[in-house]
Design a protein around this ligand. Sequence first.
Ligand code: SRM
Ligand code: SF4
Length: 524
Amino acid sequence: MTEAATTTTTPSLNKFEKFKAEKDGLAVKAEIEKFASLGWEAMDETDRDHRLKWMGVFFRPVTPGKFMMRLRMPNGILSCEQMRVLAEVIQRYGDDACADITTRQNIQLRGIRIEDLPNIFDKFRAVGLTSVQSGMDNVRNITGDPLAGLDADELFDTRELVQQIQDMITNQGEGNPEFSNLPRKFNIAITGGRDNSVHAEINDLAFVPAFKEGQGEESEQKFGFNVLVGGFFSAKRCDAAIPLNAWVPPEDVVALCRAVLEVFRDRGLRANRQKSRLMWLIDEWGLEKFRAEVEKQFGKSLISAAAHDEIDWEKRDHIGVYKQKQPGLNYVGLHVPVGRLYAEDMFEIARLAEVYGSGEIRMTVEQNFVIPNIPDSRLEVFLTEDLLNKFTINPKPLTRSLVSCTGAQFCNFALIETKNRALAMIKALEAELELTRPVRIHWTGCPNSCGQPQVADIGLMGTKARKNGKAVDGVDIYMGGKVGKEAQLGTCVTKGVPCEDLQLVLRELLIEHFGARLPQPATV
Ligand code: SRM
Ligand code: SF4
C-alpha cells in the first residue's frame, strides 16, 4: 500500500478501520481449523462477527451458530459439479438450511456450522469454487451478461474478462491482501450485451459496450467499453453511476479496474463509514481530479469516452425458451420465486444442466437461472421435467419480475420480513387482478437497498409505520425505476404504508399506472 493508505489508520478512525488496522480480515484464513475446534461461542467476537466475512462466512445474529456463506460466481456462471457441491454442503443441515440466488448473480448458503468450515473449504477448492473476499470492505461478486457467448446480438463475450478481474482481485480465489482493506464495499459490473443486463448504473465501476472511431491511419471502429463510476445505494444516499469520460479496449479493462481500486484503496475516505463509498471521493475531488488520479495510476493516458454507448435495448429477463447463436442450441430461463433454493432443488438443477445442456448454469440479477446449450432434439423432453413445475418458464406477470432481499428471516438489519411476505402479496394481487404485462416489484427489508427498490417499477423498502397509534411493519414506496437503455433510478413516492394496507395500495397503483384491471363481471 502507498503512504497515503497507511496514514489513514489513525486513532480517530471508526471502529471498522480500527479492527482492520489491528488485524487484516484475510488473516482469519489461516485460523479456520482453530475456529472450527473452538466453536462459535468461544471465538473472538471481532473475528466471528466481522473478519470471517473476508472468507465469505457471515455470523447471523438472527440464527446464532448457523452461519451464511456467500460465494463468488464470476459472470453468474457455475458448473453442475459446483452446484452439487453447494447442495451437498447444505444438505447435511436438513430443514435448517437453504440457499438464495442473490441480486448480484451469486449464491449464498445458509445453516453452515463453524466446525464444518475446513471440510467445506476443501470441497470448494476441489471444484474451483471460492467465497473469498465476498463481504465487508471487499469487491463483491463481479457481474456480467448471463447470455455471454450465447446471444447472437451480443457485442462482446465478457466471461473471460470477468474471470480475469476476479483473479486479479482475489489472487485466483486464494485471497489477496492487496485488496483486502478497501475503505468500503465495491461493486464492479461489465456487459457486452445491448440491454444492460447487469444494472451498470448501480455499480461503483461499470463497463458498457461502445465503439470508438479509429484514429490516424486506423480508420476502423474499435470495440471497447465506456466507463461509469460511483453508482451506489446506501441508507443515506443513492446515486446512479456517472461517466468517467473514458473508453478502454477489452485488453485494458483489468488494468483499469486495478487502477481505480488502487486509487479508492489509497485515497478513499475512511473516517465516516456512511461517506466511504467511491462516489464520496469523486464528490470531494471533483470528477476531473479523480480521472487524473486514475490516469496516473493506470500509467497511460485515458482515451476519452465514445460519443454514445451501445445499450439500446430494453432489459430482458431471460425467462422462457430462446434460440442461441449456435445453431440447434437453446437456453432456457427458469423462474425461482424470490431466489430461494433447497438442497433437493440444487441437485435437480445440476442434473438437468448435465443431462440436457452442457453442465453449465447461469444466475441472473433477478435471482433466477438459465440453463444453456440445450439441443433442439432434447428441448421437448426437458420441458416435461418436474422441476419446471416449481421453477416455471411461464410465471404470472407479477411473480415473473418479483425480486426480494433476505429480510428479517436471516438479516439483522431488516425492519420487516420480505421474501415470504412478497410472495404472499403477489399471489393475492394476481388472484384479484388481470395483468397484461410484467411489473417489476422489488422488496428490500431496510434502507440498505440490497433488493434494489430504486431500479423497480414499484420498489418497497421496509420501515416502521404507524397505525392506530402503534408501530407496525410498513414500507416506503418507490416508483419510476427504469432499467435497460437510459436507465434511471426510481424515487420515494409514499412513506410509511403499513404492510397490512399494502395490498390495497398496490392494487390501485397497478390499475392506475400499469394497466391492471379488476375482472369484468360476465354480461348476460
Ligand atoms: Fe447487501 C449489507 C444481503 C446486494 C447494499 N447485504 C448486507 C448484509 C451483508 C448485511 C448483513 O450482514 O446481514 C446482508 C446479508 C443478509 C443475508 O443474510 O443474506 C446483505 N446484499 C444482500 C443480498 C444477499 C440481497 C439478496 O437477497 O440478493 C445481495 C448479495 C449480493 C452478492 O452476491 O454479493 C446484496 N447489497 C446488495 C446490493 C445490490 C447490488 O449490489 O446490486 C446493494 C446496493 C448496491 C450497493 O451496494 O451500492 C447492497 N448491503 C448493502 C448495504 C449498503 C451499502 C452502503 O454503502 O451503505 C449493506 C450495509 C453495509 O454494507 O454496511 C449491505
Ligand atoms: Fe438485510 Fe436490509 Fe440488505 Fe435486506 S436490504 S438484506 S434487510 S441489509
